[in-house]
Write a protein that binds this ligand. Sequence first.
Ligand code: GPP
Ligand code: MG
Length: 281
Amino acid sequence: MAESTHPTTATISVYQGSVADYWNREANPVNLELGKVDGYFHHHYGIGDPDWSVTDGDPERITEELHRLETLQAELLLDHLGQIDPDQRVMDAGCGRGGSSFMAHDRFGCAVDGISISRKQVDFANAQARQREVADKVAFHQINMLDTGFETASMQAIWNNESTMYTDLFDLFTEHARLLARGGRYVTITGCYNDVYGLPSRAVSKINAHYICDIHPRSGYFRAMAANRLVPRAVVDLTDATLPYWYLRAKSPLATGIEETFIEAYTAGSFQYLLIAADRV
Ligand code: GPP
Ligand code: MG
């Protein structure tokens, strides 16, 4: 879909307005400097084993290593999308500056619609699409992911890369189930609070306050999926795989101050980093 013909910008709540405001103001070097490494700008965290030797030299090497781990995270998410043909269409819900959307197009050659509530992110990502000369296949829209206006059953796959915590999951998955073709795939990577621990810990509440989000319990994902024709096919606990990213990020001059809180939340067991892939039946 061309940028100029995107559906209406759905009415947003006061809460959604405050989230848009956060992202319209956001210019964290930890995102912009990492993005400049190769032009893929991410708004999610990393996984995998760091090369710890990077902490010995130029801090730029830490930046590159953090970026590599964030890219690995997005590659893992895309691995779970299944087969996508070049003539099919996929949606990146909460696309940020477009990093995962461009990676999906590179991999599958398919059409990608990235959506964000932030005008600034959408403009940034569309400028990137023009620069990359893929604007005919990769388009970004400032719309509400709970009410996209896109055609029913138009998407072969949808993902949320760390963006579900800004929504009510029942509202979100109702809209995803409407948009997905039967047999289509849904994937999310998310931070959730651990039902075994109990209600959100202080660290989880601090993360919520930091990003103005509302981290859901792990159980909430499966309840909302079951109610919306989304049948989990893979659940991967990435907590151990993401912790090294946070230890490395804590050593970076680009650290934002939230690093120790993530480390505390993950190591105390109140918080989990989870990938869930589901079939739309
Ligand atoms: C990272 O974005 C993701 C979020 C802010 C959503 C919250 C995610 C959770 C798992 C709780 P970012 O890359 O803009 O954050 P930062 O600026 O801290 O790198
Ligand atoms: Mg980041």
